[in-house]
Write a protein that binds this ligand. Structure first.
Ligand code: CP
Ligand code: NVA
Length: 308
């Protein structure tokens, strides 16, 4: 039984496998002969924060794989009245075959996962967003091939998605240049274990010659009250078509969305030809199908089979 709480829960070989398999799921979409590995299985999606892509892509993906998705909000469960994550995990594990969790507290996610007896998938915490990177890496691969040895520029807040790009750079062996102000550098722990990563303070230096330029909102989920402070500190980290012109001639632009058009990214860049943001969003569906299939192999002796 495996969880995906962080991209580090995967080996490089497993990550390569998931990216390739995600492309196969993309080709199989709509084919009535496509495998349905989640038939008879249910997946609970326990969300404490807003979501469009993660919620909808998991719900649709689980259904297309033959399974039953259950969307649960923490405020409607007994969690809101003090039931512990451990007790909740033990109980939900008796009903469903996997849990997808979005929470503002990564330690809480770990407590839940430690007590669960079914796979737990991180659907975003302030620490990381591994499902996003599965889709982003699939998207790079489908447009430009192997990312190994390339240079990726991250511009803006050193947040959960940035931390996950750091983990990806370790696993897939690419260079990551992060342009962030001192107040918004990514996790020091992640940085220390990433020989291919460097933090610069100048977005132009970070982007120069890069194969891929990535950004994200300045204020993440749970930081809405600090939006004005973030706007002030990050004003110089706006990604425009002019900045993109310093990257490699065939450079791509990514943003996990939702975007604040005109803030961290020039509105027109999202719709420009070098932007692959809509493919990234679509690929959440395909990449998560690959992930669910990987974490939920066909049942063997789990006590649920009907004997002759
Ligand atoms: N990119 C992403 O995770 O989007 P949502 O917050 O809409 O799920
Ligand atoms: N960094 C953003 C990503 C949203 C998908 C956030 O945490 O809100």
């Amino acid at each position: 039984m495996r969880h995906l709480l962080s991209l580090d829960d995967l080996s490089s070989a497993e990550l390569h496998h998931l990216i390739a398999r995600a492309q196969e799921w993309k080709r199989l979409r709509g084919n009535p002969q496509a495998p349905r590995p989640l038939v008879t299985r249910s997946v609970a999606m326990l969300f404490s924060q807003h979501s469009t892509r993660t919620r909808v892509s998991f719900e649709v993906g689980i259904a297309e794989l033959g399974g039953t998705p259950l969307y649960l909000t923490a405020t409607e469960l007994q969690l809101a009245r003090g039931e512990t994550p451990e007790d909740t995990a033990r109980v939900l594990s008796r009903y469903v075959d996997a849990l997808v969790v979005r929470t503002p507290d990564h330690t809480w996610l770990r407590r839940l996962a430690d007590a669960a007896t079914v796979p737990v998938i991180n659907g975003l915490t302030p620490h990381s967003h591994p499902c996003q990177l599965l889709a982003d890496l699939q998207t790079y691969s489908e447009h430009r091939g192997a990312i190994q040895g390339r240079t990726v520029a991250w511009i803006g807040a050193g947040n959960n998605v940035c931390n996950t790009w750091l983990q990806a750079s370790r696993l897939l062996d690419f260079q990551l240049r992060i342009a962030a102000p001192e107040s918004h550098e990514p996790s020091a722990e992640e940085l220390q274990s990433c020989p291919g990563a460097e933090v610069l303070h100048d977005p132009r230096a970070a982007v120069r010659g890069a194969a891929l330029v990535v950004t994200d909102v300045w204020a993440s989920l749970g930081q809405d009250g600090e939006a004005e402070r973030h706007r002030h500190s990050l004003a110089e980290y706006h990604v425009s078509r002019e900045l993109m012109a310093l990257a490699a001639p065939d450079a791509l632009f990514m943003h996990c969305l939702p975007a604040h058009r005109g803030e961290e990214v020039e509105a027109e860049l999202l719709d420009a030809t070098d932007s692959v943001v809509w493919d990234e969003a679509e690929n959440r569906l395909h990449a998560q199908k690959a992930l669910l299939e990987f974490l939920l192999p066909p049942p063997t002796g789990n006590g649920r089979e009907v004997s002759d």
